[in-house]
Design a protein around this ligand. Sequence first.
Ligand code: AR6
Length: 170
Amino acid sequence: MAARIEVLRGDLTQQAVDAIVNAANEKLLGGGGVDGAIHRAAGPELLEACRKLPEVQPGVRCPTGEARITPGFGLRARHVIHTVGPVYRGRPTDAVLLRSAYRSALELAVEHGLRSVAFPAISCGVYGYPLDEAAAISISVVRDRDWALDEVRFVLFSNDVLSAWKRALG
Ligand code: AR6
């Protein structure tokens, strides 16, 4: 059975799911936006766990479009899946990389036997991705396959972002 898609306005850090997905950067050592909020809510052990992830190039623990998993520590979510979306530049590769960021996170969840995953609007904050395009990409990645998941939840922080995801859901 296909994963159920839920879209709601709320705070990702408060979700009781198997994994919340972090909109991180390639360094994986925290930052602003939802990344900062997740690290604050999870506590300092999350940063320690991120530091232990191997660098694939100097300073790069997770290249754009890929994902990594850590425990959730102080969060209600058991795990954090860290993925890195593209900085929006208006090039065809933007969509390829955003699609890959969502897909990599879902694949990692399935590999770890997780059943419920909650996403923020990856790349839609400081990385500047247009909301409607990003929403359409995220929903199409979920609908693309018969993921072995019960629920994929999108937890959006503001009404404009929520509206874009509702439009994409149709
Ligand atoms: N719950 C749900 N969504 C949130 C929350 C929250 N608690 N807080 C913010 N958002 P951004 P990006 C929304 O900028 O564009 C970081 O510094 C926010 O309103 O967090 O992928 C990283 O370290 C927006 O809609 O992520 C990277 O350097 C969405 O989350 C960089 O930002 C994503 O905004 C990544 O930029």
